[in-house]
Design a protein around this ligand. Sequence first.
Ligand code: PLP
Length: 420
Amino acid sequence: MTLQATRPAAVLPARGVPRDELLRTVFERRADDAPWREGRIFSLVYHPGSPELEELLAAVSREYLAENALNPRRFPSLARMEREAADIVAGLLHGTPGAGGLTSGGTESIFLAVYVAREVARGRGIASPRIVTGRTAHPAFAKACHLLGVRQERVPVRADRRVDVEALAAAVDEDTILVVASAPNYPYGVVDDVPAVAAVARDAGILCHVDACLGGLLLPFWERIGEPVAPWDFRVEGVTSISADIHKYGYSFKGASALLWRDPAHYRAQWWVDDDVWGGGLYGSSTTAGTRPAPPIAGAWAALHGLGEEGYLRLARSVRDARDRLLAGLAGIADLAPTVAPDLSVLEIGSSELDLGAVADALEERRWWLDRQPGGLHLMLSPYHREVVDDLLAALRAAVDDVRAGRVSRGVPAAYAAVP
Ligand SMILES: Cc1ncc(COP(=O)(O)O)c(C=O)c1O
């Protein structure tokens, strides 16, 4: 891929653009953006279908447009929001209050989990640390390992797409400092066998991170509405850290994940502290960024308080309803089926007969943007999808008919995120 060189370079306008004109430009340019409010996309937006919540988040973030979370002494209200948000998520996951904080998202939480593991490894004299994950672990682990000079061994998953724990155990050696389980993994939406992965870590005396970026704010409520949930959180002995994104099923806007530790000492190891040699005074920072935007912290705190337990339970029921109706409808479409039964609300639809790239093209003609991955079509259901699931099923049936009749041929390849 080459960087696009043909577009004219943008330049700073000589005079400020009047507000109305500027906003008109914004609205015009958004014409090609995916219409997420209509529930026609998946995974990039977690749509609760609540104008009241959106209004609340906008109001609270407006209050914190200028504040900086770098210095908690200057903005104690913000520091308190971060502590309270992290404690609330820790409480939901049966974790340790005070042993975690917020980051900008799942990728940063994972980066910091690998960073702390590397520091622990160094403390033990391991010069070339490595981590062991399933093949289905999110690419954020590979990225973190690359940036931190840590090796990653990716072991296979079983037919049910859960990590093969025997292979994982066999891959652990004296340089291994961390093993990983997903709750659930992104591609197939199934939760790894966390107790078995954590037992491997315990036996080896190493760390075990559960990547619950996706499920961390849904699984606690999934359990309370009576859905089967296998043990996955801090109730499982041997789990040492969990990442749980508030900007996913916590329904705050982007920029908020919780990284939680069982042991407060591991949280302390996450902090970079620089003395005053540089001339600017003591510098302490818990994340990769220095200056940290305040709105995502205020937004995360507001979403948790604005929805409360009752709100999250209601939204979990909506997600379940969308999932159940989607699965029931899919069962009536020949040649389409979930690759494996999803544990929550995330799934891959596969087919042994149909070209699913062509089905995705036919769906896009009908203004439905399903995510494409090598094994099929990926769906991440939000509460709002409950309102549109019947329309989606009708579009799927029509798209399959188009492909069977040879009216569409395959176009765009599978991609999770763009490259330049
Ligand atoms: C399982 C899992 N882990 C980590 C991430 C990374 O989160 P983010 O995109 O917020 O950095 C995702 C994103 O979808 C995910 O599904």
